[in-house]
Design a protein around this ligand. Sequence first.
Ligand SMILES: C[S@@+](CC[C@H](N)C(=O)[O-])C[C@H]1O[C@@H](n2cnc3c(N)ncnc32)[C@H](O)[C@@H]1O
Length: 222
Amino acid sequence: MKRKFIETTDGSTSIYLEEMDEHYHSKHGAIVESNHIFIKNGLLPKSGQEEILVFEVGMGTGLNVMTTLKAAKDHQLKINYHAIEAFPIQEEELEFINFSSLLEMDHGLFLKIHAASWENENLLQSNFKLTKFYSKLINLKLHAEFFDVVYFDAFAPEKQEEMWTEEIFQKMFDALKPEGILVTYCVKGVIRRRLQAIGFRVEKLKGPEGGKREMCRAWKDE
Ligand SMILES: C[S@@+](CC[C@H](N)C(=O)[O-])C[C@H]1O[C@@H](n2cnc3c(N)ncnc32)[C@H](O)[C@@H]1O
């Protein structure tokens, strides 16, 4: 599918897929959305831990890796980050993405994320390990009770229904440690009920500034 690079309201890059009529991020600010949903409400609740294990569904542009790297620096966190991507961004597309300058981060780190080898642990910096899986989520085997946080950043359910099934949510539930968290921008009733049916306790939280009114956080209670 042809990727069209666009600018969102906070100045950060996103991608629009014409064939699917779908964006990678909120048009109201990709960085604002990432910081609110994944960092503030997913990662930071776990900031008291010695090390935080993160799993991201749909690494795409690498924005959530970048905001997590920034949070690791700002809050002195140690992160072990895993991400899956079935349709990676190509090297020649990276020049269209402006996250490093807006986040005031080393552009070399951004390039390292995308150059990191698949299926291996890559040390991006002393407090940050990255393992990328080049696979479809349905085919990926994950360790049981391994992750603290799942960033669930798939395309919307009306565009890619197979990412939002009970089977997929059960996979996420099993891969989370007790007290683990799954965060997503999607708050549709049918999706929340599906998460609850698996055993998650589901909360609706305020959405990012200027974007969707609400977001969803699901807990795997002990
Ligand atoms: C909403 S975008 C994610 C945006 C990404 N987190 C970012 O910050 O750029 C959804 C991502 O899921 C990927 N994807 C689509 N189908 C997938 C699948 N079956 N398994 C894994 N990733 C998939 C897409 O290629 C896309 O990068």
